[in-house]
Design a protein around this ligand. Structure first.
Ligand code: 5GP
Ligand code: ZN
Length: 114
């Protein structure tokens, strides 16, 4: 997608603090962190929100999950726990319309969210 911020981050047109990357997935630090460690994990291909997940591309979702677990280990947070968040659509509070998994770590979170 031409004008998508996260596509531009994925193809390095826009600079980000990259945490991990492989063929299909890239993880980078959120520019406005809400916890001591706040990382966004995205597929490199443009999927605007969770409604775009289908049988052909759902493997990307698995790869995002595997990368999340690798990052949790890299940050030594596996015993502390953390939170995985996907905001989707208007009511979900999504602001960047390229699917992304928020991996937030390093403090205790409350429930329910706002
Ligand atoms: P959403 O609200 O769509 O779930 O999350 C979008 C996230 O992207 C927000 O947490 C926001 O701080 C982050 N973000 C917005 N613009 C940029 C940017 O240019 N670079 C990085 N690294 N994060 C961004
Ligand atoms: Zn995109």
């Amino acid at each position: 997608m031409n004008n998508c911020l996260f596509c531009k981050i994925a193809n390095k047109e826009i600079k980000s603090d990259i945490v991990k990357e492989n063929k299909n997935i890239i993880a980078f630090k959120d520019v406005n962190p809400i916890s001591p460690e706040h990382i966004l994990i995205i597929p490199k291909v443009h999927l605007s929100d969770t409604s775009m997940i289908n049988e052909e591309n759902s493997f990307l979702f698995s790869e995002m999950a595997l990368m999340a677990n690798e990052i949790i280990k890299d940050f030594n947070e596996q015993d502390n726990g953390c939170r995985w968040v996907i905001n989707t659509g208007k009511n979900g509070g999504q602001s960047v319309f390229h699917i992304h998994l928020h991996l937030i770590m390093g403090r205790k979170f409350t429930w329910p969210p706002g």
